[in-house]
Write a protein that binds this ligand. Structure first.
Ligand code: C2E
Ligand code: CA
Ligand code: CA
Length: 420
């Protein structure tokens, strides 16, 4: 493949046209290999190779770089659009299910593209660019296509810097991290608990929202260090509040990343935190997003069981955005479902409203509690009450705020009668 690429690049220079390399990586190959054995894995690879060869243009070259990584060299392309169209075709060709013995699997792949025209470029250099684009494509969660350009290089460098800075921040004790707490109330407006949401005062960048650094941390075990900092800090906050008459009974929810849960390191650390702070374990809730349940149901369920044995409750976050089979839900060790705010936002649409109603009925039949997230208007609140909502969270009640802010908020609320 490297030799062919070298020759293709020389031809492109001579004829001043453009060569594209498509770096292809299967998203779910390791899983298929682990689950169904190496023979099945080999069969999938052969099928993928055949599909690729069948879907490229006449004259394009298909090679395997190793493992589940393939490369396509396409000469004389008009530009990035043509290469992207080819990549899209390849993804479709690969995704047609492969049948082998009693297994039926569809290969999902991501593709990174790099183009070379007149400029002198070594094959490995161009492949490295395609690999960076692939990395970027993978970040979007599978079946992505990305094209390399200079801004991509910059974005990736910035991303690396965020990761290094956050690692440094955590190794120094996390003094620049803060938790804001967003109230969760019942439909009568009584404050029941809060969700801990992390922010980062990154030097020179202001206060960063979690979506600016959590996804980066989630690409490595850095997320476990971050989650641990949050868990320990939230538990200390519960301990501090226990002597405050307004805040003593509050439950605190902490978000735990799927990677952390699957690492099987959560229960041990949770036990340490509970011992160190001596808080009532039932004051803690662990939130995991619904998509985590798809990862490895057996491990996830066992880990959640252990969490609950220690005392904390378990909530499924962003419910409705994943594909949890409703039938699964009753066998999972969870206490609460948090209905994703996209459904609440769309509640004026009768279809969304009936989805919310259905989720709530199901939850209640399974003996689960619901939290409706992202409630922003009185209309939404009224509609939710009519549907029998349990708990409410959202900007209409309050935004996330620092601990001092919460204290004031809770006190001021006591002085006005609750809204009907
Ligand atoms: P999430 O767990 O779904 O948290 C709720 C998010 O919705 C928060 O955003 C909150 O500020 C926002 N929100 C609450 N009410 C409303 C509303 O009425 N309208 C709108 N538009 N938004 C509302 P935030 O704090 O930016 O957090 C974003 C996400 O980052 C969280 O989503 C969670 O997935 C993640 N995250 C936050 N803190 C942590 C953490 O400590 N650990 C981990 N692993 N993830 C965290
Ligand atoms: Ca959450
Ligand atoms: Ca959520």
């Amino acid at each position: 493949a490297i030799t062919s690429l070298e020759q293709a690049l020389a031809r492109a220079r001579r004829h001043s046209d453009t060569t594209a390399v498509l770096y292809i990586d299967l998203d779910n190959f390791k899983q298929a290999n682990d689950l169904h054995g190496h023979q099945t894995g080999d069969h999938i690879l052969r099928q993928v190779a055949a599909r690729l060869s069948g879907a490229v243009r006449a004259g394009d070259m298909v090679g395997r770089l190793g493992g589940d990584e393939f490369v396509v060299i396409a000469e004389r392309v008009d530009g990035p659009e043509e290469a992207q169209a080819l990549a899209a075709r390849l993804i479709v060709a690969m995704s047609v299910p492969v049948e082998w013995q009693d297994v039926r699997l569809s290969a999902r792949a991501s593709i990174g593209i790099a183009l070379a025209s007149g400029a002198e470029m070594a094959p490995l250099e161009l492949l490295a660019c395609a690999d960076l684009a692939l990395y970027q494509a993978k970040q979007r969660g599978g079946q992505g296509i990305d094209v390399y350009d200079e801004t991509l290089q910059q974005r990736l460098a910035q991303r690396d810097q965020v990761e290094r800075d956050l690692r440094e921040e955590l190794s120094q004790g996390g003094g620049g991290l803060v938790l804001h707490y967003q109230p969760v109330v019942d439909t009568a407006g009584t404050l029941l608990g809060v969700e801990a949401l992390v922010r980062w005062a990154r030097p020179g960048h202001g206060l960063l929202a979690p979506d600016r650094f959590i996804p980066i941390a989630e690409a490595s075990d850095l997320i476990i260090d971050l989650d641990r900092w949050v868990l320990a800090t939230a538990a200390r906050q519960v301990a501090a509040w226990s002597s405050d008459p307004q805040l003593a009974g509050l439950r605190v929810s902490v978000n735990i990343s799927g990677r952390h849960l699957v690492s099987q390191r959560l229960p041990g650390f949770l036990a340490e935190v509970l011992t160190a702070t001596r808080i009532d374990p039932q004051k803690l809730t662990i939130e995991i997003t619904e998509t985590v349940l798809l990862d490895d149901l057996t491990t996830v369920a066992a880990q959640l069981d252990e969490v609950r044995r220690l005392g904390p409750q378990v909530a499924v976050d962003d419910f409705g955005t994943g594909y949890t089979s409703l039938a699964h839900l009753h066998s999972l060790p969870v206490d609460t479902i948090k209905i994703d705010r996209s459904f609440i936002a769309g509640m004026r649409d009768p279809k969304d409203a009936s989805l919310v109603r259905m989720i709530m009925e199901l939850a209640h039949q399974l003996g689960l509690n619901t939290v409706s997230e992202g409630v922003e208007t009185i209309e939404q609140l009224t509609a939710l009450k009519a549907l029998g909502a349990d708990h409410i969270q959202g900007f209409f009640i309050a935004r996330p705020m620092p601990p001092q802010g919460l204290q004031t908020w809770a006190r001021d609320r006591l002085q006005v009668p609750a809204v009907k």
